[in-house]
Design a protein around this ligand. Structure first.
Ligand code: AVI
Length: 391
C-alpha cells in the first residue's frame, strides 16, 4: 500500500469516527457521505439544516475539508465475499439466544413460489385489500405522484404492482430493484414489452442493506414505491433507518408511496399466518432447505414445526420454527444443538396504526401527506414527502 493510500485511509477513519460521535448528525451524514463518496456534503448539509437545524460547525468544516480530498469509498471498501458474508450472517443469527434466521432467506425459488401461493389465499388479506385500495383511489394516488417522475421500487420482485399506477403516471423511468438478478431482469423485460415506451431500468441490489445507497439513479427527486407491507418485516428502528436512506436518496423533491398493514382483530391476523392448507407452514420450514442448499448443511426440516401468533404487546405477528426432536445439525461448517421445544425466530411482521407509522416516518425526516384506507381499515396506503422542519 502506498504511503498516500495509507494516509487517506487513516484520515477517512478519523472522519468516520467524528461522524459517529457527532450526534444527532451521525446517521444521516454518515449514510450520505458513504453513498456519495464524500462528494456531496454541501448539498447534504443544506438538506440537513432544512430538516433538523444548524449543523455543528466543527463537524461540517472538518467534513468539507476531507470531502475535497477523498475520491470515493472504493479505497477502503474491498469487494465483499458474498458467500462468506451470508455464512457469517446466518451463523450470527443461529448463535443467538433465541436462535434467529433473517426473513430474506425465505426466498429461494421454492420459497418465492410458496409466497406467491400465500398471496392468493383467502386468509392472507394483504394483497387483496391493498389492490382494492389502489383501484378505489387510483386517480387520487396518481394525481398525488404526478407524471414524468422517476419511480423506484425496492424489492420489486415480479414488477406486477407498478401496473396499478400505469399508464396514468407515465413515469420518466421505472427503476425496479431486487436481489435476484435473473428474476428481476426477466420481469423488467416483460414489463417493458407490456408498456412500450416505458423506460424500465432494473438495478440488482439488496435494499435491506447499505448497497442501495450506492445505486446511481437515472433522475433526480425520485418517488419510491414500497407496497405489500414489506416494511412490516423490519424492526421499528430499522424502519427509521431504511426510510432515512430513502429520504436521503429522494432529495427535497421526491416522495414515498408505501403500503402498511394495520393492527386489527387478532383472530384475523392469526388466521392470515396459519392458513388451513399449510402453505405458510411450508413457506416457513422451507427456509431450512434453502440454508442447506446455500451454505452446505444438514439442518433437519422434518424436526421442526411452524409457529405463528400475534404478539399484542409488540404489535407484531411472530413466526418461528419449533424443534420437535432434540438433535445436532451442521451448517456453514458449524455444529449446532437444537433441543425439543426451542424456537428459531424466522420473521416479525409488524402492524401499525397510521399515526404510529407516521411518527416513525417523521423520525426519518418524512411527513405524511395522504392516507388511503379500505372501509374496515385493514390496510393503509400512505404518501410521504420530505419534511422541512423549522427550528
Ligand atoms: C413479505 N411480507 C410482507 C409478508 C408478511 O405478511 O409479513 C411475509 C409473510 N410471511 C408469512 N406470510 C407472509
Amino acid at each position: 500500500m502506498s504511503p498516500l493510500a495509507f494516509f487517506r485511509i487513516k484520515r477517512l477513519n478519523q472522519v468516520h469516527r467524528t461522524l459517529l460521535n457527532a450526534d444527532p448528525v451521525k446517521t444521516l451524514i454518515k449514510e450520505v457521505a458513504i453513498a456519495s463518496g464524500f462528494r456531496q456534503l454541501g448539498q447534504l448539509s443544506r438538506d440537513y439544516q432544512k430538516m433538523f437545524g444548524e449543523l455543528p460547525s466543527e463537524t461540517l468544516r472538518s467534513h468539507k475539508n476531507h470531502a475535497k480530498s477523498f475520491p470515493a469509498r472504493k479505497i477502503i471498501a474491498p469487494q465483499p465475499n458474498v458467500a462468506n458474508e451470508m455464512a457469517s450472517e446466518v451463523l450470527d443469527g443461529l448463535l443467538q439466544k433465541p436462535k434467529r434466521i433473517a426473513p430474506k432467506y425465505f426466498y429461494d425459488q421454492r420459497g418465492s413460489a410458496l409466497f406467491d401461493t400465500i398471496t392468493k389465499l383467502d386468509e392472507y388479506y394483504i394483497p387483496r385489500i391493498e389492490q382494492h385500495i389502489f383501484s378505489l383511489f387510483k386517480r387520487d394516488i396518481c394525481e398525488e405522484i404526478g407524471t414524468a417522475r422517476t419511480i423506484i421500487e425496492p424489492g420489486a420482485g415480479s414488477c406486477e404492482k407498478i401496473k396499478w399506477l400505469l399508464p396514468d403516471i407515465s413515469p420518466a423511468a421505472y427503476v425496479p430493484m431486487d436481489i435476484s438478478e435473473s428474476h428481476l431482469r426477466e420481469n423488467a423485460a416483460k414489463l417493458g414489452l407490456a408498456y412500450p415506451g416505458l423506460i424500465v431500468d432494473p438495478r440488482v441490489c439488496d435494499h435491506t442493506n447499505d448497497t442501495m445507497l450506492d445505486i446511481k439513479l437515472p433522475g433526480s427527486s425520485p418517488v419510491f414505491f414500497y407496497p405489500g407491507s414489506s416494511i412490516g418485516n423490519f424492526e421499528p428502528e430499522a424502519v427509521i433507518d431504511f426510510m432515512r436512506k430513502l429520504r436521503v436518496m429522494m432529495g427535497s423533491g421526491g416522495g414515498l408511496l408505501i403500503g402498511v398493514d394495520t393492527k386489527k382483530n387478532s383472530e384475523v391476523l392469526h388466521t392470515a399466518y396459519n392458513d388451513p392448507k399449510g402453505v405458510t407452514a411450508a413457506f416457513n420450514i422451507n427456509v431450512l432447505h434453502h440454508l442447506n442448499h446455500l451454505l452446505g448443511g444438514n439442518l433437519k426440516p422434518d424436526y421442526f414445526e411452524h409457529v405463528a401468533f400475534y404478539n399484542e404487546n409488540c404489535g407484531r405477528i411472530e413466526m418461528h420454527l419449533r424443534c420437535v426432536k432434540s438433535h445436532i445439525a451442521h451448517i456453514a461448517g458449524m455444529d449446532l444443538e437444537f433441543s425439543v421445544g426451542e424456537l428459531i425466530n424466522t420473521e416479525y411482521s409488524y402492524k401499525y396504526h397510521p399515526q404510529e407509522f407516521s411518527a416513525l416516518a417523521q423520525r426519518a425526516g418524512l411527513r405524511m401527506k395522504r392516507l388511503w384506507q379500505d372501509k374496515q381499515r385493514y390496510f393503509s396506503v400512505m404518501y410521504f414527502l420530505p419534511a422541512l422542519l423549522t427550528v
